[in-house]
Write a protein that binds this ligand. Structure first.
Ligand SMILES: C[S@@+](CC[C@H](N)C(=O)[O-])C[C@H]1O[C@@H](n2cnc3c(N)ncnc32)[C@H](O)[C@@H]1O
Length: 225
């Protein structure tokens, strides 16, 4: 709730939580190579480094990188990472999938740069989540353009996100089908990212999960060739 007025505390907390989740599924981060794709200004990369990982930030948008990105941050698009195959122990992407027009292709690139048996952490806010419309949520339930117009009326400024431009309607059921059909990853966990309980249970209920999960976290493991 305090993301707008205190982003630093909010994202530092989120980064600690995400790093705990990565460690819970993949073991200690010390010495691991972590690739953070679409990592914004680098809160997550910094947290992975604090835990001893060799973490690298790849972010296409200079404005998102901000004035003080982590050392060595690379301006790069997640569709085409300037990395060799299989270099990462952990490939990490937090809240990026709903901002790309072609999620399966984006996912393929994350898989490509992950080593066999390495972990892929992907989370996103799905469209029917109460937060699906981002800054114009929950009014997106009444239609994206209407919600955007309401945001402009209320705040006097244009919303950052526009459906079909930099925000896309990504659904949980479809995304789960897409990852389960792949033969290069196994799904270790499909769960709500933020729910402290019933996190995997809620994702098992078709229909309900689109509204109740809020944010889907997929932990994938790259299959050996
Ligand atoms: C909501 S922010 C998330 C930032 C950070 N990962 C977090 O969880 O706070 C979405 C990020 O996705 C990035 N992004 C959008 N399209 C991308 C792409 N094709 N490849 C990599 N990153 C992308 C944006 O620039 C932005 O930094």
């Amino acid at each position: 709730m305090r993301e707008q007025d205190d982003p630093a505390s909010c994202y530092a907390l989120l980064a600690r939580d995400a790093a705990d989740q990565v460690a819970a599924y993949g073991g200690p981060l010390e010495g691991r190579t972590v690739v953070d794709v679409g990592g914004g200004s680098g809160y997550f990369t910094e947290e992975f480094r604090r835990r001893g990982a060799h973490a690298y930030l790849f972010e296409p948008d200079l404005a998102e990188l901000g004035a003080k990105p982590p050392d060595g941050a690379v301006v790069a698009d997640g569709y085409l990472l300037p990395l060799a195959d299989g270099v990462a122990d952990v490939t990490f992407s937090s809240n990026v999938l709903e901002h790309v027009a072609d999620p399966p292709t984006f996912l393929s690139e994350l898989v490509r740069v992950t080593r066999p048996d390495g972990l892929i952490y992907v989370s996103f806010t799905n469209w029917l989540s109460p937060w699906g419309g981002h800054e114009w949520a929950p009014w997106h339930y009444l239609g994206a353009e209407r919600a955007r117009a309401r945001y402009r009326r209320r705040t006097g400024k244009d919303a950052k996100h526009r459906l079909g431009e930099n925000l896309f309607a990504v659904h949980i059921g479809r995304t789960l089908r897409q990852v389960r059909e792949r033969d290069d990853v196994t799904v270790v966990s499909a769960r709500s990212r933020y729910w402290p309980f019933l996190a995997e249970t809620v994702v098992k209920a078709p229909g309900l999960r689109e509204f109740a999960t809020w944010n889907l976290l997929l932990i994938l493991r790259r299959c050996p060739p």
